[in-house]
Design a protein around this ligand. Structure first.
Ligand code: C2E
Ligand code: MG
Ligand code: MG
Ligand code: MG
Length: 286
């Protein structure tokens, strides 16, 4: 398949390095307008279950095609949205869109598992678990179909609120994934106090997995330890057959990356899934 129109193949406008700093302000104004006027979209990147060779889920990734600047990377505007307090509206929009989409897939006979990224600031909102619970019931989606991805940065530190929120989400049956694992400061010693269901190994350790023996040792160790602790493992940034084969050989649960499939708009995603007939899990990827 061709992931045509994939924003990840394009170069993004980067406001963080924009020499015209006042532009940052107007960018946040533009973001609020995009929220009001349907200017944001979600791309979906399929996740491959390595043991079965089936696709059972996808990660929702935010895309903003700015009317003048073109594609603005989430990495450029999420941080700014956090600083300016706009992130809560962004997250509400992402959750509502992703879960409405998941409901459509269920109605089409595709009970796909869906993963949504949360930012650190989202874990300051005590009412988040309730809001997600409401959305799940509006869209008639079992909680087990949803995973929230949080980075190590979001859960590390003093915040009792963040931990309480994660426990409540997990208590509702929602999956908790630690994103970009391995590049931050969290340790297994710390994570074992959290209701973690999945670790996502950062692409830095995965990119050169086919040839780099140090990366192989690191990734194999993370997978082994994770499994002993009861976490599933996803490798991010799988860019070639060699990396995918290595991950399968060590029993890593899921693979995600450009080699597996690029993030794609919802129509391309539907076509991709249709083209994978027989390779899409009837059950859930968990
Ligand atoms: P992430 O959650 O770790 O998402 C994975 C990123 O890696 C995505 O970048 C994806 O397009 C990219 N990627 C996937 N496979 C490959 C590969 O094989 N090679 C390479 N080089 N990259 C790959 P993207 O979409 O630009 O998102 C960047 C980050 O922005 C995400 O990292 C996440 O932290 C954040 N983000 C994206 N969407 C949202 C959202 O809805 N809410 C929040 N709070 N953050 C989001
Ligand atoms: Mg993620
Ligand atoms: Mg990641
Ligand atoms: Mg990332």
């Amino acid at each position: 398949f061709a992931a045509s129109g994939s924003a990840s193949a394009l170069s993004f406008y980067d406001a963080a390095t924009d020499p015209h700093r006042p532009e940052r302000l107007s960018l946040m104004g533009d973001l609020r307008e995009a929220l009001d006027c349907n200017g944001l979209s979600l791309y979906y990147q399929p996740k491959l279950d390595l043991a079965s060779g089936r696709f059972g889920g996808a990660e929702a990734l935010l895309r903003w095609n700015h009317p003048r600047r073109g594609w603005v990377s989430p990495e450029a505007f999420i941080g700014m949205a956090e600083d300016t307090g706009n992130i809560h509206r962004v997250t509400r929009w992402v959750l509502a869109s992703a879960l409405a989409q998941a409901q459509q897939w269920i109605e089409q006979g595709l009970p796909l598992h869906i993963a949504v990224n949360l930012s650190a600031r989202d874990l300051e909102e005590a009412e988040l678990p309730e809001r997600i619970g409401r959305l799940l019931s509006i869209h008639q989606i079992p909680a087990s179909h949803l995973t929230v991805e949080v980075t190590e940065r979001a859960v590390i530190g003093e915040s009792d609120t963040a931990i309480r929120i994660l426990r409540r989400l997990a208590g509702q049956g929602i999956g908790i994934a630690i994103d970009d694992f391995g590049v931050g400061q969290s340790t297994f010693a710390y994570l074992r106090h959290l209701p973690v269901s999945e670790l996502k190994i950062d692409q830095m350790f995965v990119k050169h997995l086919a040839t780099d023996t140090n990366d192989q040792i690191i990734v194999r160790s993370i997978v082994d330890l994770s499994h002993r602790l009861g976490y599933r493992v996803t490798a991010e940034g799988v860019e070639d057959q060699g990396a995918q084969d290595y991950l399968a050989s060590i029993g890593c649960d899921h693979a995600q990356g450009f080699f597996v499939a690029r993030p794609m708009p919802v129509d391309a995603f539907a076509a991709f899934v249709a083209g994978q007939a027989g390779h899409v899990s009837a059950g859930l990827l968990r």
